[in-house]
Design a protein around this ligand. Structure first.
Ligand SMILES: [Zn+2]
Ligand SMILES: [Zn+2]
Length: 372
């Protein structure tokens, strides 16, 4: 661990305790977030250790253990001239996945599966309250290394995983029964990961979750009233105010959202208004890898065992041609504190780190990264 970055973080987190509690409204979700900076004083707020459960010698995601999982659906490799990809067609039992850097396969324990149309299977009292859930649940192993440390993942692997996500979104989105595709990475036990070996998941469902529907409605309302996209407006505000900006290039901007729900949350979004992630160029995909890689390296430098979730929020596939108000984002959500009674009772989060302090922390970490 780099001691100088460690002391920098503590200094900036300490600043948070000087702030007072407040609530902030998130115009995208329509939720309020309660900021309670004094809660950083509680020693249990920042778990330093995490207890991941898998061992290298029994890990089904490791090189050489490919037969422990369903066969590869998509494989990314490095060649002399760049990257190469293979994807399995429905009439092929196997593809050659030797030398893979990133591989995709069906989840052995899927949350949903099957393609038959949904049907009501229970009525109570006069409404369909239970319908069959079908869909697709896939795993993307995004490194050959048995690790969840970004420093063990190569830049080639980081870039290939976004090509894998792009391809799988296109393919799953074309399936008739899939109405929404949730793309996320759980890293560490506190983020919900059951295996230590780094991986993403894609979960395609035959319904659009209500949180997503509410978000779409809010973005559509904003566009109607203001004639522009809500995410574009928020990003422009962040760029002009500067204090929550973390990283910006010609293509992407990373900032700590004004109403961040999680301590140290960072949002990455394209500078150009882009509703659908599947329209991303390879340059954008590579830039996503560079941005997420840097942010996670900084986070893990300070909190080596910090759990985190990465969430890609994208347009539901069947709405892409008609819906212009949406704008995709990737959120890095460190899991430095746990949900408790208030969050469950109200669905509102308590955040103990002001986003302005979080952004200062990441900017300090970026300076250290660039001097290594
Ligand atoms: Zn492994
Ligand atoms: Zn936009």
């Amino acid at each position: 661990m780099n001691k100088s970055i460690g002391s920098l973080s503590k200094q900036h987190i300490q600043l948070a305790s000087e702030a007072f509690s407040c609530t902030r409204f998130d115009p995208i979700s329509g939720n309020w977030v309660l900021y309670s900076p004094n809660r950083t004083q509680r020693p249990s707020d920042y778990p330093r250790t995490d207890h991941s459960s898998s061992r290298k010698d029994s890990c089904p995601f490791c090189v050489g253990q490919e037969s422990s999982t369903p066969p590869s659906i998509w494989v990314g490799k490095k060649t002399n001239t760049g990257f190469s990809y293979l994807h399995r067609h429905s009439d092929e039992p196997h593809i050659n996945d030797e030398g893979w850097l990133v591989r995709v396969f069906a989840n052995l324990f899927p949350a949903v599966s099957g393609t038959e149309p949904s049907r009501a299977i229970a009525h109570y009292p006069n409404t369909d309250l239970q319908i069959s859930a079908v869909g697709s649940h896939e795993v993307i192993v995004d490194t050959r290394a048995h690790s969840n440390r970004m420093s063990d993942v190569t830049i080639d692997e980081s870039q290939l995983v976004y090509r894998a996500i792009h391809h799988r979104l296109m393919t799953l989105g074309a399936e008739r029964s899939i109405q929404y595709i949730s793309v996320f990475k759980n890293s560490g036990g506190s983020a919900g990961a059951s295996l230590e070996h780094s991986h993403w998941q894609l979960l395609g469902t035959n319904f659009v979750p209500s949180y997503v529907t509410q978000t779409l409605d809010r973005m559509q309302q904003y566009e109607r009233h203001h004639g522009t996209c809500l995410v574009c407006s928020l990003t422009n505000t962040e760029v002009s105010q500067k204090k929550r900006i973390v990283l910006r290039s010609n293509l992407l901007t990373a900032y700590c959202p004004f109403a961040s729900e999680f301590p140290m949350q960072v949002r990455i979004t394209p500078n150009l208004h882009t509703p659908d992630f599947t329209s991303s160029t390879e340059k954008i995909l590579d830039e996503c890898a560079i941005f997420t890689r840097k942010l996670i390296l900084i986070l893990q430098d300070i909190y080596p065992d910090a759990s985190y979730n990465l969430i890609l929020s994208n347009l539901p596939p069947k709405t892409s041609s008609a819906f212009s108000a949406f704008h995709w984002t990737i959120d890095l959500c460190p899991r430095l504190s746990n949900f408790a009674g208030f969050e469950i009772a109200t669905r509102n989060m308590i955040n103990c780190v002001m986003p302005e302090n979080a952004a200062t922390f990441y900017r300090g970490g970026l300076k250290k990264l660039s001097t290594r």
